[in-house]
Write a protein that binds this ligand. Structure first.
Ligand code: AGP
Length: 612
């Protein structure tokens, strides 16, 4: 979703702002803009539709000089993508400029009222009302005007505001959308997330909901929006390394991130498994009352999109190996239901970004109802990681491609860890604990083996890129992988329609679609449902459907029925999804490339969905 950046200091603001916008590209956007204030008190701005390089080209012709500025990447919600709707937005006289991520829910009423008072609007956005509200309340002090404006606003926001009538500061505010302040030497920065700031300074402050920040060149102050009281904030270390934000020779971040999977598993499990004792150690859960953990009677996993498929794998793992009933709920549904929750229910929010609005809102609802709230989150310091009582970080590193791949692999790995963790607290034997942890330890090597099929998968994608419909099928542990494979193909090769189904459901409908133009991708490792999946393949073949199979190494008979076979190494049934997801991720990238799609930044998609 929208990205925000801001700079105040001794250097040209536009250098940092442009770099930050490029780093925020991964969040998804359709237009961009920047406003810079110079020493002569001129506030200049530029906006462009499309990619950041369009803005960069404009900046070569019209320089934005000055040491104070704000910038934005917009992902349209209110008002179609256009230069007029791109941020920054200004008041009538272009004295005040605002960038915003979120949604102002009552903007229509506010706008009508402001128009009656004589304000002239230049865009269709909800954001512009904020600039005019500040103008309406401005009496020489920017933070006071913003505080007054915010009293009238309903909705979600991360905001950064500058004004040439109060020129030596950036004022920021947060409610339900993320914002970080980064403290430098004689310069300070703001951004939607720390990946935009990594390398510029080491310490960040995560703004919490209801907080307003006044940032000057060499100081900052945080106050409560509710009562203006000063708030002391903790300084945290930036988690991202600048090297993590490069493509390392890969054409796309998505490819780089898939190829990072072995390292990701090492990082997600480092110091957490003790195979000789069959134990898992999760420092993030040790802060909890262990008796309370032991007494958990039910777990609800809340997630959206790809994270929800990882949660489905987690459900199967935890139920089978820890014997705790688990349900998976979509954040977007859970928040509007009347869920039955008590103090023996643990809610685990699963989220790469830790900022997904629906997951976060569900978490808050569950906490209000007395559940223990935990998180499985990748982005350190993100809102979900801070709003939960405890949790497990993925340590997958920054995920830049919009489509989630390495985080998904890490999420399933963390669920494998959790099933041993909970299992060993309950009835799992030492032998079983050892078996699983030993096998988890082998996963990085096994993934290396799968990645060797890269060239073959590229060729398969070339061959199948002429088809426009695909059915993905899996069963038991690999049913969620069928869903994930279909989602990823739709996201990244967006001219293709794909569906993911549980093998057993094929005869209940989707079989009607099968003919020679409707290829099926079967995830059929040699596991407890192998024969059942084989019958599904027979049914597809009988209708002339083409088959790509993901099967276990050594399975020769599969070549008699499948048109193409991608092999994965043998492992425990519960861990097969971690291996089978890799060829599907690669297949999506190569299909997307064949179709000329923007693989890292697919149209219409945002990396983290921070609004409803
Ligand atoms: C994944 O490829 C998607 N872009 C999307 O489904 C994503 O997984 C979902 O929005 C959840 O995001 P989160 O993990 O950051 O909460």
């Amino acid at each position: 979703m929208c990205g925000i950046a801001g700079y105040i200091g001794k250097n040209q603001a536009s250098n940092f702002l442009l770099d930050a916008l490029k780093r925020l590209e991964y969040r998804g956007y359709d237009s961009a803009g920047m406003a810079v204030l110079n020493g002569e008190n001129n506030l200049n701005y530029l906006k462009s539709l499309g990619r950041i390089n369009e803005l960069e080209e404009k900046m070569k012709k019209i320089e934005l000089n000055g040491c104070l500025g704000i910038a934005h990447t917009r992902w349209a919600t209110h008002g179609h993508p256009s230069e007029a709707n791109a941020h920054p937005h200004s008041d009538c006289d272009e004295n005040i400029f605002v960038v915003h991520n979120g949604i102002i829910e009552n903007y229509k009423i506010l706008k009508e009222d402001l128009i009656k008072k004589g304000h002239l609007f230049k865009s269709d956005t909800d954001t512009e009302v904020i600039a005019h509200l500040i103008e309406e309340h401005f009496k020489g002090n920017l933070e006071e005007a913003l505080l007054s404006a915010l009293k009238l606003v309903e909705g979600a926001y991360a905001l950064a505001v500058i004004s040439k009538d109060d020129p030596e500061k950036i004022v920021v505010a947060k409610k339900s959308s993320p914002l970080v302040i980064c403290i430098g030497k004689d310069e300070n920065f703001i951004a939607s997330d720390s990946s935009a700031i990594a390398g510029y300074a080491d310490k960040v402050i995560y703004l919490d909901d209801g907080e307003l920040g006044i940032i000057t060149k060499d100081d900052y102050r945080i106050i409560s929006i509710a009562n203006n009281n000063k708030i002391q904030k903790e300084h945290c270390n930036i988690d991202s390394d600048v090297a993590d934000l490069q493509k390392n020779g890969h054409k796309y971040f998505m490819l780089k991130e898939i190829f990072e999977s072995p390292e990701v598993i090492k990082n997600s499990t480092r110091g957490r498994i003790i195979p000789e004792k069959g134990l898992v150690k999760l420092g993030g859960l040790e802060v909890l009352d262990q008796e309370k953990l032991r007494n958990i009677k039910r777990i609800i996993l809340i997630a959206c999109g790809t994270a929800s498929f990882a949660a489905m794998v987690g459900e199967y793992m935890i139920e089978e190996y820890a014997g705790i009933p688990v349900e998976v709920e979509l954040g977007s549904e859970f928040r509007y239901r009347k869920p039955i929750i008590d103090s023996q229910t643990a809610i685990i929010a699963v989220s790469q970004s830790g900022e997904t609005a629906d997951t976060l809102a569900s978490l808050e609802e569950a906490r209000r109802k007395g559940a223990l709230t935990l998180g499985i989150v990748n982005v350190v310091g993100s809102t979900i990681s801070r709003e939960t009582e405890a949790g497990v970080y993925n340590h997958a590193g920054p995920e830049i491609a919009v489509a989630s791949t390495k985080a998904f692999i890490s999420q399933m790995t963390v669920f494998a860890l959790l099933s041993v963790y909970f299992g060993r607290i309950k009835e799992m034997s030492l032998t079983m604990g050892k078996r699983i942890t030993e096998e988890i330890e082998k996963m990085p090597c096994l993934i290396e083996e799968v990645l060797k099929n890269d060239e073959q998968i590229k060729n398969i994608a070339r061959e199948y890129s002429k088809y426009r419909n695909f059915l993905f099928m899996g069963r038991k542990y690999n049913y969620p992988i069928a869903e994930e494979g279909a989602l990823k193909l739709k996201e990244v090769a967006y001219h293709i329609h794909a569906e993911g189904y549980a093998g057993g459901e094929m005869k209940h409908g989707p079989i009607a679609m099968i003919d020679e133009n409707f290829p099926c991708l079967f995830i059929i490792p040699s596991d407890s449902v192998y024969e059942k999946m084989w019958s599904n393949m027979e049914e597809v073949k009988a209708r002339n459907g083409k088959i790509i199979a993901i099967a276990t190494e050594g399975n020769k008979e599969i070549k008699n029925i499948a048109d193409d076979v991608i092999y994965i190494p043998k492992t425990l049934e519960m861990l097969t999804p971690i291996l089978s997801a890799i060829p599907l991720h690669l297949f999506s990238v190569y299909m997307g490339m064949e179709l000329g799609c923007d693989v890292d930044k697919p149209r219409n998609l945002a990396k983290s969905v921070t609004v409803e």
